[in-house]
Write a protein that binds this ligand. Structure first.
Ligand code: XMP
Ligand code: MG
Length: 177
């Protein structure tokens, strides 16, 4: 079905599962080359990245590890903007080659605020793999090392991404009409 309704909104198909799988496989092959002889630790950010992380991981042939975290943001006591805390980050990060797995970078605020927390642990290196990027919406300076698809500034669901909890199980990515 190319058009679906989730809650009050209508979505049309934007990326087929075949297109997603092909792109994810290509990213994995690039990472296999870039990290030859290394043992990167992937940090997948829940909930949205679980499908991307699983498919990406299946195509990795290098020695590698993965851990899953949740990010929670709250307003600082002063008007210094949002502070991000991570839940479940129990892996040793010192000296590790880290690769963050994120479903989508929109304004970039989430990752921009979270990166300093990771850098505090003094990893050997830190890269970002994002399945989707909305360049027109990104306001925070971020270097995205691996990007699946650059997409317009429209809300999307499917393949792990949700609208109010629904739509994560869709194999394709749908765009709001
Ligand atoms: P920022 O703005 O911090 O946002 O880069 C990143 C987080 O916002 C959510 N997000 C979306 N979720 N469809 C979704 O299902 C979207 O189009 C969308 N845009 C942003 C998502 O949780 C992401 O991690
Ligand atoms: Mg997310």
């Amino acid at each position: 079905m190319s058009t679906i309704k989730v809650h009050d909104k209508v979505f049309t198909i934007y990326l087929s599962n075949a297109d997603i799988q092909e792109r994810v496989r290509t990213i994995a092959e690039t990472i296999n080359k870039d990290y030859q002889g290394k043992k990167p630790l992937f940090i997948a950010i829940l909930n949205g990245s679980f499908m991307f992380a699983a498919d990406l991981f299946k195509h990795l042939t290098i020695a590698t590890e993965i851990t899953f975290i949740k990010l929670a943001s709250y307003k600082g006591m002063k008007s210094t903007g949002n502070v991000i805390t991570s839940i479940g980050l129990d892996a040793e990060l010192y000296g590790k080659d880290l690769i963050i797995i994120e479903d989508i970078v929109d304004t970039g605020k989430t990752l921009y605020n979270f990166l300093p927390k990771l850098k505090d642990h003094q990893p050997a290196s830190l890269k970002i793999a994002a399945l989707l990027h909305k360049p027109d919406a990104t306001k925070f300076p971020l270097t995205l090392d691996y990007v699946g698809f650059s997409i317009p500034d429209k809300f999307v669901i499917g393949y792990g991404l949700d609208y109010d909890g629904m739509g994560r199980n869709l194999k394709e990515i749908y765009q709001v009409v």
